[in-house]
Design a protein around this ligand. Structure first.
Ligand code: OAD
Length: 247
């Protein structure tokens, strides 16, 4: 890891009062949760996106979608926050005004010590009716069943409370993320390919408004291209190193 880059990123963060951190699947990779697009290990290279993460897929085979998300609830429940999550929480504590925005549906930022997290793509382990959108508490038996339960209010099918392709993001969460991105001095982007919009627009918005963009990603991607600083390292190593270098 390039120590000069780490020190440079630490200085930028130290001097900023208003910081936004935007994360994607890469921040949880070292916790054993697969990313979506990494070659070979990425979920969307192994599973069919249209079948599992779209309204059309759910309507044509609700049981298949139900079982897939139930398995993910199990996998994510077993995962532990990694040093990257913990370091982000540390940076949050040292920053006057810190906004945590994630595209991830796991709750590893919260479990890693971040108090308030904006979830742009929903949360795994929460469920709602696909028709009337009311929240639904799923029992253990229902979670291991072959088919989703029915909503007691409208008889619609219950689904995971995550955002599927073609669906709008939660309005309030997006508004908060948008405002914070417009106003921040630094945006720390961690482990996202930056190709899913509108989340990927947030770093552009921050940059247009004068923020410094720090990208942490072993690969050079869409965000690295527009970032002021790109740290080509796994976040579980780079982020603790940045915290250690902060005064
Ligand atoms: P992707 O799978 O598209 O990108 C993951 C990124 O993490 C890649 O750029 C990797 O290079 C990087 N990465 C891998 N290991 C890393 C590590 N140890 N440290 C840091 N970075 C690492 O995942 P997202 O960008 O999160 O949407 O994908 C965005 C959205 O697409 C997801 O929220 C999901 C998906 O379809 C919905 O479910 C709506």
């Amino acid at each position: 890891m390039n120590q000069e880059l780490i020190k440079y990123a630490a200085k930028i963060l130290e001097r900023a009062d208003r910081v936004v951190c935007l994360t994607g699947a890469g921040v949880s990779a070292e916790s054993g949760i697969s990313t979506f697009r990494d070659p070979e290990t990425g979920l969307w290279t192994k599973f069919n996106l249209e079948e599992l993460a779209s309204q059309e897929g759910f309507r044509s085979d609700p049981g298949k979608v139900w079982r897939w998300y139930a398995a993910r609830v199990g996998d994510m429940g077993k995962a532990q926050p990694n040093p990257g999550h913990v370091a982000i929480a540390e940076i949050a504590q040292r920053t006057e005004d810190f906004t945590m925005v994630t595209q991830n549906v796991d709750n590893l930022h919260e479990r890693g010590g971040c108090e308030s997290v904006i979830h742009l793509h929903g949360t795994i382990g929460k469920f709602r009716c696909n028709e009337c959108t009311r929240d639904y508490d799923v029992s253990d038996d229902e979670l291991t069943a072959d088919q989703p339960p029915h909503c007691p209010h409208c008889n619609g099918l219950v689904r995971a409370d995550v955002v599927w392709f073609g669906e709008a993001m939660p309005r309030l969460q997006m508004d908060r993320a948008w405002k914070a991105s417009e106003n921040c001095q630094v945006m720390l982007v961690v482990g996202t390919s930056g190709i899913v919009y509108p989340a990927a627009y947030l770093p552009l918005l921050a940059s247009e408004n004068g923020a410094t963009i720090i990208d942490i990603n072993p690969d050079y991607g869409e965000i690295s291209r527009m970032a002021d600083v790109h740290i080509p390292a796994p976040s579980g190593e780079a982020l603790p190193a940045i915290v250690a270098a902060m005064g």
